[in-house]
Design a protein around this ligand. Structure first.
Ligand code: PAF
Length: 295
C-alpha cells in the first residue's frame, strides 16, 4: 500500500491503472478506522480492480470547532489496519491539495440536505458535498463506497453525483454494528465506560419503534415513547427522532411508503446517530375483510 499526499502523485497511479484497463474504487474516510470502514474497503476490493482509501479530516464539515479539535487523528494505526486489506493507495492529501489558496467554490445540495443533520448542523452537508466532489474527481473513481450509518450523507452524495454528471457510481453498504447493537462510529471511542454501556439502548429503542410502526402503530406515539426511553436511560438530549421517506427523506407521520427512522442524540457530550428501515405496515385483518358467507 502506497501512502500518497499529493494529487499529482495520485494521478500518476490512476492514469497507469486506466491505461491498463483497470477500474478504480474509492472509500472516503476521515480516519479513526473501524470495522465499518473495513467492510467498505472489502466491498471496494470485491467491486473494483484498484482501491484507494482517502483520509482527510475535512474542517468544512464541522460546524463546531471543538468537535473538529476532538476528532481522533490516528494516521499510523489507520495505515496498519488497512495493510491486510489489499488497498493500493492510502491518499492523505495535504490540506492545500483540497483547499488551495483562494478556494471559493461550494457544492450545496438542497432537498435531501435540508432536515435531520442538515438542520441541526448548519453547513455540514455543504462541507461534505464539496470535499466528496473533490475526492471523487481527484481519485477518478468508477465506484465510491459509503456506509448506510450516515444515510442522509449517502443520499446527499448520490444526488450530487447525479446532478453534476460525475461518472462515479455511489454504492451504499450496510451499517456494521458492535455485538451489543451499537452502530460503529469513530465517535464511540469518546464515550466513557458507563455511557458506552448505555449507548446500545439506541439500537433497541429504534428497533422497538420500527416494529410498532411496521405493525401499523401510531407513528408520533411510537416516537414519543422511544424518546422517553432514551432520556430515561441517561441520554442528555435528542437532536431529532423522525420517520422519513426513503430515499427522498421527506418527514412522515404515517408509514404509507418506504421509510426509515432517524435519530441523533447526545450522550456523555458525544453526538451519536443511527437509522433503521421500517417495512410497510402489515395489513391488520378486520371483520370487514372476511369474505361474506353466501346466504
Ligand atoms: O463519512 C465521512 O467520514 C465523511 O463525511 C466523508 C464522506 C469522508 C467526507 O469527509
Amino acid at each position: 500500500m502506497q501512502i500518497i499526499r499529493r494529487k499529482a502523485a495520485l494521478r500518476a497511479f490512476t492514469q497507469a491503472w486506466r491505461r491498463a484497463g483497470g477500474t478504480i474504487g474509492v472509500v472516503p474516510t476521515m480516519g479513526a478506522l473501524h470495522a465499518g470502514h473495513l467492510s467498505l474497503v472489502e466491498a471496494a476490493r470485491a467491486g473494483t480492480d484498484h482501491v484507494i482509501v482517502t483520509l482527510f479530516v475535512n474542517p468544512r464539515q464541522f460546524n463546531n470547532p471543538e468537535d473538529l479539535a476532538k476528532y481522533p487523528r490516528t494516521e499510523e494505526s489507520d495505515a496498519e489496519k488497512l495493510a491486510p486489506f489489499g488497498v493500493d493507495v492510502l491518499y492523505i492529501p495535504e490540506p492545500e491539495e483540497i483547499y488551495p489558496g483562494g478556494f471559493a467554490t461550494n457544492v450545496s445540495v438542497s432537498g435531501v440536505s435540508d432536515g435531520l443533520c442538515g438542520a441541526t448542523r448548519p453547513g455540514h452537508f455543504d462541507g461534505v458535498a464539496t470535499v466528496v466532489t473533490k475526492l471523487l474527481l481527484q481519485t477518478d473513481a468508477d465506484r465510491a463506497f459509503f456506509g448506510e450509518k450516515d444515510y442522509q450523507q449517502l443520499q446527499v452524495v448520490k444526488r450530487l453525483a447525479t446532478d453534476l454528471d460525475l461518472k462515479t457510481e455511489i454504492v451504499g453498504c450496510p451499517t456494521v454494528r458492535e455485538g451489543d447493537g451499537l452502530a460503529m462510529s469513530s465517535r464511540n471511542l469518546r464515550l466513557g465506560i458507563g455511557p458506552r454501556e448505555t449507548a446500545p439502548v439506541i439500537a433497541r429503542v429504534l428497533t422497538g419503534a420500527a416494529d410498532i410502526i411496521a405493525r401499523g402503530g401510531n407513528v408520533l406515539k411510537a416516537l414519543d415513547t422511544a424518546s422517553e426511553a432514551l432520556l430515561a436511560a441517561g441520554f442528555d438530549s435528542i437532536d431529532y427522532l423522525e420517520l422519513r421517506s426513503d430515499p427522498d427523506l421527506q418527514l412522515m407521520t404515517k408509514a404509507d411508503r418506504p421509510a426509515r427512522l432517524f435519530l441523533a442524540a447526545w450522550l456523555d457530550g458525544v453526538r451519536l446517530i443511527d437509522n433503521l428501515p421500517v417495512s410497510a405496515p402489515r395489513k391488520v385483518e378486520t371483520s370487514e375483510d372476511q369474505p361474506l358467507e353466501s346466504a
